[in-house]
Design a protein. Structure first.
Lengths: 269, 269
DNA sequence: CGGCATTTTGAAAGCTGTCAAACCCTGTGG
DNA sequence: CCACAGGGTTTGACAGCTTTCAAAATGCCG
């Protein structure tokens, strides 16, 4: 299922890559088929900013070590990276594509707890077993680290754990924001928030202007916002009719009236 | 508003208290009026287990330092401990009573992100400003630490940050669980989950048998579960009629059929 | 170009929310 | 110790948003 490339590979983080260049020439494999396209428009997740600060906490020597222990994985769309209750043996860093992290009920009801993209880390917190499922939404590439070796490296670097703590802290805050959304916002407000969040992330990753791309399907969006695919679709077309957004080909959405969208997200609307 | 006792005071954590005893005689103030009753049945929050592991990561010297910098606060029911956007100058440890942590929308809609009780910590993650409001549900007592001094102490203790990371990790997991609840569970399932969670916490704090106490009002429960007070009340009486629980005086709830409750919480019902 | 999955649209039902009133418990004052 | 006031809780009736079930339309991929 999961294609694993040779152990010594280029690292995910920008910083790591830069530092590694001084060493042996890095063999840049051509990225898997669709990956490049996807990661080009790739929006969601904890953002590369975090990934960057994370890696910049490491010294060159440590980056070497980190690069040494990286395995590179390729996931096809829909493929699972890990499952809840599974032995948490690894830590991951997404280098391209889009993953979804979710929790499920026995009867199949699902809550997408987050989307992860280029630069995002996954699986730190895990104590013993993972607490969630992680699957590829689009074709994706991931760096995999052995948890124990990774932890050892962390201990060596004092600032490293602080970075992790910051990342965890951000994640907690995002989770609380999402709880507010799920518990108290209307469908329209949820969609507005979602679009603005995606837009912000894409901007951070260098995407242009008021156009966002939604690589995930309506069902994924619905499971993220606590709605049904039908409601997501209806709300989207409703916003389109109001002239707030325009639905374009290739899963693109143009934000015609970002101000209006922000007003909706804020609850005035 | 907030009553602050003298600087050098007994510490919140059990471990810290024990260690501090070897030093100067600790002056145990009589707890505020209702606090003792409340904290006796006090259920919710990240649980004292975490608080304990946290403090057990410190050496005696550090505990001394920690005790040195503690200020003790008393909150009356309904009083605010801190507000979102406020300068995050402190870290807190709840020593008695019950607090609620919440996020709000401009129009007043509120999401209670968690209840904190004896032993819980509050305000770590905060970077710059707090990201939530925190208010006393019942009369409560809290230890307050200066953030910077606290951070400095953390850096000194290598295992300390790891503890924090674990706590943060737990919090993330709880947050995801809550997202699943808010996004995908029915009112009845939410109530069932809530009762079971409270019960688990009370058990951990040494409460007896199948009786839980709900120190918070219906409105707080509603804002925690993404419902209205009316729906909370209706669902509770519905469970009562079905013979699953019994509503007793003093905000007590007896779990007559815990199995049935678990089935409901799991989605089979 | 055809087949299939996804998305959109439609109609109706259901769960939860809203508004309002009755009830109860708690704490207070006589 | 009992009556009373007040807020919180419970109950009722109804409305509304979202879901559900179903079918049409669209878009993607071979």
């Amino acid at each position: 299922m999961i294609q694993i490339s040779s152990g010594r590979d280029r690292l995910a983080c920008t910083a790591a890559r830069a530092a590694a260049q001084t060493g042996s020439p890095v063999n840049l494999q051509p990225p898997p088929p669709t990956e490049d396209d996807v990661s080009a428009v790739q929006p969601c997740g904890g953002c590369d900013v975090r990934a960057h600060s994370f890696c910049s906490a490491l010294r060159a020597v440590e980056l070497e070590r980190l690069a040494d222990m990286a395995e590179r994985l390729s996931l096809k769309a829909g493929e699972a990276l890990l499952r809840r209750e599974e032995r948490a043996a690894h830590v991951f860093n997404i280098t391209g594509g889009l993953l979804r992290v979710s929790r499920r009920l026995d009867d199949g009801r699902r809550q997408v707890v987050g989307f992860l993209g280029k630069g995002d880390f996954l699986g730190f917190g895990a104590t013993g077993t993972y607490g969630f499922d992680a699957e590829a939404v689009t074709a994706a590439s991931v760096c995999r680290f052995d948890r124990l070796r990774f932890a050892a490296l962390m201990e060596a670097s004092p600032t490293m754990e602080r970075r992790l703590l910051c990342m965890a802290s951000d994640e907690i805050r995002e989770g609380q924001e999402q709880q507010l959304l799920l518990g108290r916002r209307t469908a329209e407000e949820r969609i507005a928030c979602f679009l603005l969040n995606i837009a912000k992330r894409q901007r951070r990753l260098g995407a242009g202007e008021g156009t966002v791309t939604l690589p995930m399907g309506r069902a994924d969006i619905a499971d993220h916002l606590g709605l049904t695919p039908e409601t997501v679709s209806r709300t989207l077309t409703s916003l389109k009719v109001e002239g707030v957004i325009r639905l374009e080909p290739a899963a693109a959405v143009r934000l015609l009236q970002p101000r209006q969208l922000e007003a909706l997200a804020a609850g005035h609307g």
